[in-house]
Design a protein around this ligand. Structure first.
Ligand code: SF4
Length: 437
């Protein structure tokens, strides 16, 4: 059933995976909004664009499930698949009957030139170039975001670190930075539209500038972005430990608009496992980094990623990780179970850990993470913090502090998208409430 209105076809998007992929979808949406009507997938559309993820085996499975469900529910719709799974396994996706177009991670930046009105094809057309040929950042700026108070701004793509378990370098290519003038123009546009907080994001965010002329660094970028009017907050998404230079730490400490919250993936607290993961640091280096950051930035929230069940991780290695993360007093941890990615070195490693054992270890670390989050929140009891109000539900407002504590408090709806001062009055089971000052 054709859902054209006044000859304009409708397009719906679905995104799997990380903030960078969500940003890529926003960029595709804005590129197509000139010629197509953007609708939600629930509404039903003439064209579906599915932006996939391949970071784990489960992500591939979810991508296939979603593709099949769209084809089943909309047999006449034009279905295009892009993103990291499409970049890695285009011909595996082409076997799914009903897929019309498969685009790689570079090609999706020029999606309007491939859609061609979106007429059903008899089979899948595949346009996926080797991602190693991607040498320049060529993603168009975005001018809006689905959230109202915080906007993700992608400033970098690709990673060349080749951690032994990670498939991302094979699907996102080498590091590529968005030029500074484009970033400033994009953020000025978003701030002018009322976004109070921007989240700088990328695949290896801290490498921004390394491939640009003129010896420019992430620290210098932060300085420039901090000069933009109407912007209240700058948040950094995830930074690799080795990318946190002294210069960058000093800049984060000295710029009041930069949120006192850093996400610094650790992955393991055992040096033997870190080496096998090809992570470029050991626990001594990581511990010293966290100490230096905390000395310079009071009240900072440090969150992290930890992987359990990496090949060779025995009881002893896991105990080392457990004790190390407890010592680091993170304010929150994201726990991942090792998932062998074909094509990565770790997929061929011996001494595999069983699924039941992985589950047990991840549950143990998740419980520890909740306790550490509660301890972190309790350390602010009675203090007054600034909160960016995101939304109102019933008579309650909710939003995030600069150091990533979600607070709920009474207040009028007119405060949505405003920065307000809130006294932290109660913490219970991870739930933080406060009083508007
Ligand atoms: S730093 Fe390592 S884990 Fe992160 S994207 Fe690069 S290769 Fe993957």
């Amino acid at each position: 059933m054709n859902r054209e209105i006044c000859g304009v076809r409708s397009v719906a998007f679905h995104t799997l995976g990380c903030k960078v992929n969500q940003y890529d979808t926003q960029a595709m949406m804005e590129a197509l909004a000139k010629d197509y009507r953007i609708v939600s997938s629930e509404e039903g559309a003439d064209i579906y664009i599915i932006n996939t993820c391949t970071v784990t085996g489960r992500a591939d499975q979810k991508s296939r499930q979603y593709i099949r469900s769209i084809i089943r529910k909309n047999p006449e719709a034009f279905v295009a698949v892009t993103g990291c799974y499409a970049q890695r396994k285009p011909f595996e996706i082409a076997k799914i009957r009903g897929v019309d177009l498969i685009l790689g991670n570079q090609e999706k930046n020029r999606i309007s030139s491939f859609l061609n009105g979106g007429g059903k094809n008899s089979g899948s057309l595949v346009f996926v170039e080797d991602i190693d040929f991607a040498l320049r950042y060529d993603i168009p700026n975005v001018t809006s975001h689905q959230f109202h108070s915080r906007a993700f701004v992608k400033i970098q793509d690709g990673c060349g670190n080749f951690c032994s378990y990670c498939i991302i370098p094979y699907v996102r290519g080498k590091e590529r930075s968005q030029p500074l003038p484009d970033i400033l123009e994009e953020i000025k546009g978003l701030a002018g539209k009322g976004f109070k907080e921007i989240v700088l994001t990328g695949i290896r965010l801290g490498s921004w500038g390394e491939d640009l002329d003129g010896n420019i660094t992430c620290a210098m970028l932060l300085e420039k972005v901090s000069e933009i009017e109407d912007l209240a907050r700058i948040r950094l998404s995830s930074l690799e430990p080795r990318d946190l230079s002294e210069e960058l730490i000093d800049r984060i400490a000295s710029l009041p608009r930069v949120c006192p919250h850093l996400h610094i993936p650790l992955q393991s607290g055992d040096d033997k496992i870190l080496k096998a993961m090809n992570r470029p640091y050991d626990t001594f280096y990581y511990q010293d980094l966290i100490k230096r950051i905390r000395e310079k930035i009071g009240g900072i929230a440090i969150t992290t990623d930890v992987m359990v069940g990496f090949p060779g991780e025995g009881e002893g290695e896991f105990e080392n990780t457990y004790n190390f993360v407890r010592k680091m007093k993170f304010s929150k941890m994201h726990i991942f179970r090792f998932s062998p990615r074909p094509g990565t070195p770790a997929a061929r490693f011996k001494e595999k850990v069983g699924e039941r054992e992985k589950k047990k270890r991840s549950e143990k670390l998740l419980a520890l993470s909740s306790r550490m989050q509660e301890e972190f929140n309790i350390s602010f009891l009675g203090e007054t913090l600034e909160v960016l109000v995101e939304k109102r539900r019933n008579d309650y407002l909710t939003g995030l502090t600069g150091n990533y504590i979600r607070v709920t408090f009474n207040g009028p709806g007119k405060l949505v998208n405003k920065i307000v001062r809130v006294k932290i009055t109660r913490i219970e089971k991870g739930y933080v409430t406060g009083k508007l000052i």
